[in-house]
Design a protein around this ligand. Sequence first.
Ligand SMILES: Nc1ncnc2c1ncn2[C@@H]1O[C@H](COP(=O)(O)OP(=O)(O)OP(=O)(O)O)[C@@H](O)[C@H]1O
Ligand SMILES: [Mg+2]
Length: 310
Amino acid sequence: MTVAVEIDGLVKDFRPGLGLRAKRVLHGVTFDVEAGEIFGFVGPNGAGKTTTLKVLMGLIRPTGGRASVLGCDVREHDFRRQVGFLPEAPYFYDYLSGAEFLHFYAKVCGVPAASREARIVELLGWVGLEHAGGARLRTYSKGMLQRIGIAQALVHDPQVVFLDEPMSGIDPIGRKEIRDLILRLKSEGKTVFMNTHILSDVEMLCDRVAVIVKGRIRFEGRPHEFSTGGEAESDVVLASAPAALVESLEHFASDGLRGHGDHIEIRVPSKRVDALLQEALTAGAQVISVHPHRTSLESIFLSAVEEEEA
Ligand SMILES: Nc1ncnc2c1ncn2[C@@H]1O[C@H](COP(=O)(O)OP(=O)(O)OP(=O)(O)O)[C@@H](O)[C@H]1O
Ligand SMILES: [Mg+2]
């Protein structure tokens, strides 16, 4: 597997002012992003996501550690042509139209003049702004600005795309479109690195994630690999359970029974599922479903933040 982004022991101190004590915001951050994957960099506000991205873009210098993109140290600038970047608070020239803005970036990023027009029409279509290319950015909504920012990041067809909160300010339909666009980039073999705190998008989209809390990586892996370290549990749904059975089910349940009409839902330790089903069937109940209970990224995220605060 080729590594697209390599971050090793990154430390960043910010000095609030002359003579004031430096504040450490990255405490030895280490992780890799493989070529061709969609990587989610997840963490609460102020965790250090944007700071890490700025180091990767060569916009700020790390206090310690090193980082490389496509095998190039980020202090050299050779890799820039291969990289697209959507900043957190993109500054737009709001007197330009969307298309003019993309033309400007296409020129800056070295897209040959002959192919610029076609590329910009294509990109406007991809981000759903085909009818807004002629309007000034001043008249764009927040969601439209975010979309034109993403188009800007893709203008020179980069190999690696860094997106700082690509879904920020975008409604659910727009988010679905942006997700589809990101999947399209992956299908073209691009690497996508995105900062986000929208966990549902991460679960739907990302091949791997790293969770950062207060400048330290707390988890790294595939979204479905996370577990709180507790015992695996399953959710069992039964119907038509006789009253006597309901009583004996209580001692199986890890946190009580939930009833919905004729249905009863019970969360049980997975290793007790067999015994429970046997008892339920013998008593004449109907088994509707058995599902392993997945620890969501959200509960992992919350417990990491709580642990850090304790
Ligand atoms: N130029 C700076 N000078 C001083 N402190 C800074 C500077 N930039 C960032 N910080 C601090 O570094 C910490 C990490 O900020 P960063 O912007 O990287 O967080 P983030 O994870 O991107 O958060 P968010 O989800 O809110 O965008 C914060 O405490 C922030 O106040
Ligand atoms: Mg940020």
